[in-house]
Design a protein around this ligand. Structure first.
Ligand code: 0O2
Length: 224
């Protein structure tokens, strides 16, 4: 069943047309897998929305500014599997990729990031698989964000399935930076990319200092 999965991926990214039955079967399996990830995203965003609603009513302020989500595109799924030397099969997607389902939480202050991470991971149906703290250890390019891989149960008509979701938590300023840097990364006709990277790194440092100072001010006026 697995041997020609690549064609199903290609179908998803609309490269060659093929009408064979086997091709349709793989495409269907891929669609089902994406449905499972979509449902997992719904579970996690619902948890976060409930926390946000509760914090708005019961507490002085809500640490969650906004919630975004995305399913990784078939082309990016295939590219990442190839980059990591993994098989291009349906089974390989769930075995080797942790970030097909992605949820991003935007907070005002740095401390809010850790508050939200704790509120989510202490729920007893949330299993924490891995953490990457790019705030305490920023990437060399200046990228800052708190990443968690969590596993949550999704209840279908006949089965309970554990699904991995990548949760990225960052401040408004970190998100602003990451979205420009992401666009730069995928633009290949930039003259003098090293100079742009250096300017972005400078912005990341300014943003980090600003995030810290904003938090200090908020603490001093007892907002936090
Ligand atoms: P997209 O477009 O968001 O799908 P791993 O998954 O652990 O094997 P990986 O993928 O390097 O290894 O994990 P990591 O470092 O946790 O990064 C995962 C995601 O974080 C990326 O997904 C980006 O969304 C974001 N990210 C990480 N580093 C950077 C960075 O330097 N700049 C920006 N703008 N975002 C970053 P994808 O798959 O790269 O992209």
């Amino acid at each position: 069943m697995e041997k020609d999965i690549k064609r199903a991926f290609l179908a998803q990214i609309n490269i060659p047309e093929d009408t064979s039955k086997i091709f349709a079967d793989y495409a269907k399996q891929f669609e089902e897998l994406m449905m499972i990830y979509q449902c997992a995203i719904q579970e996690v965003t619902t948890k976060l929305e409930i926390l946000s609603q509760e914090m708005s009513v019961r507490h002085r302020r809500n640490p969650i500014e906004s919630i975004k989500y995305r399913i990784k595109k078939p082309q990016s799924i295939a590219e990442k599997l190839i980059r990591n030397g993994k098989d291009i099969t349906i089974a390989s997607v769930s075995e080797n990729l942790n970030d097909v389902a992605g949820v991003r939480v935007i907070c005002s202050f740095i401390d809010d990031i850790y508050t939200v991470a704790n509120m989510l991971t202490r729920q007893d149906d949330v299993k924490l698989i891995a953490v990457k703290d790019y705030i305490k250890s920023p990437k060399p390019n200046g990228y800052r964000s708190y990443h968690m891989i969590i596993e949550i149960p999704v209840f279908f008509s006949d089965v309970k399935q554990s699904v991995k979701v990548e949760v990225q938590i960052r401040t408004i300023a970190m998100d602003f930076w990451a979205s420009l840097e992401h666009q730069v990364k995928y633009k290949h006709d930039i003259p003098n990319p090293d100079a742009i990277a250096a300017r972005l790194k400078k912005c990341a440092d300014v943003i980090s200092a600003t995030d810290e100072e904003m938090q200090n001010i908020a603490q001093q006026i007892e907002l936090l």
